[in-house]
Every structure is written in structure tokens, then in C-alpha cells.
Design a protein around this ligand. Structure first.
Ligand code: NIG
Ligand code: FE
Length: 413
């Protein structure tokens, strides 16, 4: 494959010299080169530098692409999605507009159980086809690495079916895909009176097959009132750890139950959602190595209070941003909007938001050595924007699609 030389890059952003996760004030540091070139070879970043120092020979040795003053960024690293789902839930969306509560919607058969029914009835190949189409749409919007959870199956067969779809996506997708087992998303109706029965099914029936078939990298639990308690989360996570699955956890979306302290004790890679945080929760998370993953589009869609990003960053936390793409609380996986909303509503600076959606998102999937920055040897997964007056223009013009082209593994989509 010939090497590709991108020239006349007005701003090449994200040229970090280290892959270490960024925390606190470090999140503001987004190293960049003005007026740059970048060389791509074998699907990876081979070299980059300033236009006025471009070695002449490179021009003749490469396919030269003049990007005409574009800004180039590493692709978004979306570390929390529920990309595999069947059908949609806009009826619930309209019910919510009319004033129905979450409980009333659940009583009508809505919520996670609605998606579970649809997944249970769906064929594996149809789930794969729908998820692949969503993934391709997200790639065109600049997503270059993604985590995907199960959790809409809620039976042994349907959870395994979801995870096999994710495993197949891993095999065929051109971007890195990570799989998370979220059997503990909610209690299926048949176990409503017997929660221990479902937890036993997760631990004794699902986990051994998941481990044997290598269907997951991580384990997740939805720890909330009326869902899974902190004690139940600990039990499930400890069982997952026995099989080598690291925890990435849904905590503190609706309530502060002690999930943050538990996530730290369990050595979670990330603690996700965090809409409802006490001062003590903020301090505990910020003093730990757990990456706090904020999902602002879920708060936006559910009309909830936004995550306290400023307090977390000011306390020194490591923050990532992700889309939470799912049919119930965030029917969008557009990371450009996630970044914009983080600046508009969470008061993150553009540099903080971009770092949180790239390097720190990659770290929240153990992919920081593969992608997330403009570094020699990393995947050439790049966002090439329309010409921008400055980097802040990206989140500022929140509804314009400023992603002109996307390069994945060195090839333009
Ligand atoms: O991450 N909070 C739990 N799970 C999903 C949404 C669940 C649903 O309504 O489908 C989330 O927001
Ligand atoms: Fe989620």
C-alpha cells in the first residue's frame, strides 16, 4: 500500500508525547502543531511535522493529499455504548413528553424490558446487520474506537446472542471494538420476586460461557435503587473478575448509594454516568485511578441535571466522555454533539472535552497505546474537519457537521 502524505493541515491537534490518562488541570493541555503535515503508512501514523520542515523527498514518495487548511484530530474514542439493540422506543419518548413518569412507562412494558423483549425475538444476523449500519454511521461522524455492552438480553440465550454479535463486530469492524457484559442491567420479570436467582444465573450460567467463548473484556452492573444494590454489584463484579473481566460500572445516575466507593474498592477501570454525586463522591473518585466517564447526552435526553464535570476536574479527576448510545436514554452516538454539550452544559473547555473524548476515552477501553492521540505508530484513525477559525469553533457550532472526511486505518471512508 502506498504511503499517504497529508499536507497543509492548519492545526494538527492531540500530539501528546505520553499515553498517560489526563487528570485535573492536565485535561486543558491539548498539544498541537500549526501548519503541519502528517504521513500515513501501513494504516498507522508514520510521522508528522511542520510544513516548513517537510522533507522534499516525502512528496515524491507518497500519495499527496492537500487538506487545504483543515484541522486534524484523532478519531473519537467512545468508551460507553449499547450499540446492539433491536427496534426503537420513540413511543416512550412521546409518552415522556406527555408527562408519564419512568415508573408509569415501565408499568406499560417500557424501558429496558421493552428492549429486552425485542432482542429476545430478534435473529442474530439481523442484530448484527443493524449494529453494523449504526457503527458505519458513527464512523462517518468521526468515531474510531468503541465499547459495546450487552444487557438487553436478560436471559442466558439472549445475553450470549448479544455478546456473539459484539464479538462478530470486533472481527469485521475496521475500528477497535471492546465488549462489556451487562447481564445485570435490570431484573427480568420472571426473577422480580427472586433477585438472587437472576444473580445466580449471571454467575453460574452466563459467566462461564462468556469466559469460555471469550465474549467479553469487561463486566458492568447498573447499580441504582430498584435495580442492583452496591452489595449485589460487588458480588457480580467479584465473580466477573475471577474470569478476568475488569469492571466498568453504571453508577450514580439517579442516586448516590455508595457506588463510587465500591467502584474504587473493586478497582474499576471506569465509573460511568455520575449525574448524582455528593461532595464526598467527587473527592473519592478524584483521589482514585478510576476514570469518571460522563454521558451528557443521556442527561440531556432524560432532562436530568448534568454531571458535575467542573467540580470533578477541579478536584483532579480523570474524566472521559462517551455517548451512551442506546434506544432508551441516548438514541444518538454522535460524539461531536457529546463534545459540544460538554462545553455548553458541563462547562468543560474545548481542549478538556476533546482530550476526554479521545485519549481518556481510549484509556477507558485500554486502547491508549493504539489510538486516541496523534502519535507515531498509532492507528491512522483521523478526523479531518472543514477549515475552522479555531478549535473552539468545533463545539461552538454545535449543530453543523464540521467533520469533512474521516480516515480509518489510513484509508478515507
Ligand atoms: O446507560 N442506565 C441504564 N442503562 C442505559 C439506558 C437504559 C434504557 O432505558 O434502555 C443507560 O442510560
Ligand atoms: Fe449506559
Amino acid at each position: 500500500m502506498p504511503q499517504t502524505l497529508l499536507i497543509n493541515i492548519a492545526l494538527l491537534a492531540g500530539t501528546h508525547s505520553s499515553n498517560a490518562v489526563l487528570r485535573g488541570a492536565e485535561l486543558q493541555q491539548l498539544p498541537a502543531i500549526f501548519d503541519a503535515w502528517l504521513l500515513v503508512k501501513g494504516g498507522c501514523i508514520e510521522d508528522f511535522g511542520k510544513m516548513n520542515q517537510l522533507p522534499e523527498a516525502l512528496k515524491t514518495q507518497s500519495v499527496c493529499v492537500d487538506v487545504n487548511g483543515a484541522t486534524i484530530l484523532p478519531c473519537w474514542c467512545d468508551s460507553h455504548t449499547h450499540l446492539v439493540f433491536a427496534g426503537s422506543r420513540e413511543t416512550e419518548f412521546v409518552d415522556k413528553i406527555k408527562g408519564l413518569s419512568y415508573a408509569a412507562i415501565a408499568a406499560k412494558g417500557g424501558g429496558i424490558l421493552n428492549s429486552a423483549q425485542k432482542i429476545q425475538a430478534a435473529k442474530e444476523e439481523d442484530l448484527l446487520e443493524a449494529a453494523l449500519q449504526r457503527l458505519q454511521e458513527l464512523m462517518r461522524l468521526g468515531t474510531g474506537a468503541i465499547e459495546i455492552k450487552s444487557g438487553y438480553g436478560l436471559t442466558v440465550d439472549a445475553e450470549l446472542k448479544m455478546l456473539r454479535v459484539i464479538k462478530e463486530l470486533k472481527r469485521i469492524a475496521p475500528i477497535p471494538v471492546k465488549a462489556t457484559f451487562l447481564g445485570a442491567h435490570t431484573y427480568p420479570l420472571v426473577y422480580k420476586q427472586n433477585p438472587d436467582g437472576y444473580i445466580n444465573s449471571i454467575i453460574k450460567e452466563m459467566l462461564p460461557v462468556i469466559a469460555k467463548e471469550q465474549l467479553a473484556d469487561y463486566i458492568d452492573v447498573f447499580c441504582e435503587e430498584s435495580f442492583f444494590s452496591v452489595a449485589e454489584m460487588k458480588r457480580i463484579v467479584e465473580a466477573g473478575k475471577e474470569y478476568g473481566l475488569k469492571p466498568k460500572l453504571h453508577i450514580n445516575q439517579l442516586n448516590s448509594l455508595g457506588g463510587v466507593q465500591a467502584a474504587v474498592e473493586l478497582g474499576a477501570l471506569s465509573a460511568d454516568h455520575l449525574e448524582t454525586m455528593t461532595d464526598a463522591d467527587i473527592q473519592t473518585l478524584s483521589a482514585s485511578d478510576v476514570i469518571g466517564t460522563l454521558l451528557p447526552t443521556a442527561a440531556f435526553f432524560l432532562r436530568m441535571l448534568y454531571q458535575p464535570a467542573r467540580a470533578l476536574i477541579d478536584a483532579g479527576a480523570a474524566i472521559a466522555l462517551a455517548s451512551d448510545f442506546n434506544p432508551g436514554s441516548s438514541p444518538s452516538g454522535n460524539m461531536n454533539f457529546v463534545v459540544a454539550l460538554s462545553c455548553i452544559q458541563l462547562k468543560m473547555l474545548p481542549e478538556e472535552a476533546i482530550n476526554a473524548a479521545t485519549l481518556n476515552g481510549a484509556a477507558a477501553m485500554d486502547l491508549q497505546d493504539v489510538t486516541g492521540t496523534i502519535s507515531i505508530g498509532k492507528k491512522a484513525n483521523l478526523i479531518i474537519t472543514r477549515p475552522l477559525p479555531s478549535l473552539a469553533y468545533l463545539p461552538y457550532c454545535f449543530s453543523s457537521n464540521l467533520v469533512d472526511r474521516v480516515m480509518i486505518n489510513g484509508a478515507f471512508l
